[in-house]
Design a protein around this ligand. Structure first.
Ligand code: C2E
Ligand code: MG
Ligand code: MG
Ligand code: MG
Length: 284
């Protein structure tokens, strides 16, 4: 009877679902406090120029050091942050921290490379996005050309909306990269209309590229299209030498993936990639 059940809405769920829901509610409660308790941190995954192995950029990837559950990956908590609106505060924190760290590296004599930051759809559609990003850049001192925003095709669905957002962002020098490219449902026509600097080939096309000729054809086509549109192109999820060779054969010069490096803690980026900074630290 409905009235009896009203007191406990969860009794419709089976035990397992109930547990999952409970877990999610707990995470949500904890996530609300994660920023102020300084539990979030960023990893940085190097982006490499295939020809000479030079690091040409890093992607900032958020992690959550949960007090009892250990490190939680963004695949778990970003969806919760998006559902609950926590993403606005979280996204601002990520942007500020990524810009601060990159400016610190530039200042300390590290390579003058950009940092890429992932944006959620909700952040992208925030009315004051461009203004607060400019504020963060001014506050941290990072020059706009060293910030690259990673957005996805689904955010381009309404071209008139996205073009005004993107124009505002790129007018100041910020760069735009289309993440997970090839997995969305939007039309290609926006590529010629919108200020997009880089296509990031999704790793689902890379995974089987050594055996799957369809994947190989798609990747080759994306690379060629990017070149014809005068856009940068990078492949993500490169794990093996064989995958790398196919990309290089197809003239894709920029690579991100475990083959070169997993996402690293800031200290480990310095250790592994910034020779001048290592020397400075040894002297100090
Ligand atoms: P993404 O932006 O496509 O990031 C690439 C993901 O692929 C990262 O997972 C990275 O660790 C992983 N990856 C890189 N190279 C390889 C490889 O060679 N093999 C395999 N198997 N995986 C590789 P991560 O860090 O777990 O992030 C997952 C997703 O969470 C990201 O996908 C992005 O959509 C989202 N995300 C991460 N950080 C943020 C953030 O600060 N804000 C927002 N809104 N989303 C974020
Ligand atoms: Mg990304
Ligand atoms: Mg991606
Ligand atoms: Mg993704």
């Amino acid at each position: 009877e409905v009235k009896k059940n009203g007191k406990n809405g969860y009794q419709f769920y089976t035990g397992e679902l109930n547990e999952q829901l409970q877990e999610k509610i707990e995470l949500e409660v904890d996530l609300r406090q994660a920023i102020s308790r300084k539990q979030l941190f960023l990893n940085y995954q190097p982006q490499i120029r295939a020809g000479d192995g030079q690091m040409i950029g890093v992607e900032a990837l958020v992690r959550w050091n949960h007090p009892t559950k250990g490190t939680i990956s963004p695949g778990v908590f970003i969806p919760i942050a998006e559902e609950t609106g926590i993403i606005y505060e979280l996204g601002t924190w990520v942007l500020r921290e990524a810009c601060r760290q990159m400016k610190e590296w530039h200042h300390a004599g590290g390579p003058q490379i950009p940092v890429s930051v992932n944006l959620s759809s909700q952040q992208f559609h925030q009315s004051n996005l461009a203004a607060y990003i400019k504020e963060i850049l001014e506050e941290t001192g990072l020059e706009p050309q060293y910030l690259e925003l990673e957005i996805t095709e689904s955010m381009m669905m309404d071209a008139s909306v996205s073009s005004s957002i993107l124009n505002e962002l790129t007018e100041s020098g910020i760069r735009i990269s289309l993440d997970d490219f090839g997995t969305g449902y939007s039309s290609l026509s926006y590529l010629k209309l919108l200020p997009i600097h880089k296509l990031k080939i999704d790793r689902s096309f890379i995974r089987d590229i050594t055996e799957n000729n369809n994947d190989k054809a798609i990747v080759a086509t994306i690379i060629s299209m990017a070149q014809h549109l005068n856009m940068d192109v990078i492949a993500e999820g490169i794990e093996t030498k064989e995958q790398l060779d196919i990309l290089m054969d197809n003239d894709c010069k920029k690579i991100q993936g475990y083959y070169y490096s997993r996402p690293l803690a800031a200290d480990d980026v310095e250790e592994a990639f910034f020779a001048p900074m290592r020397l400075l630290k040894q002297k100090a």
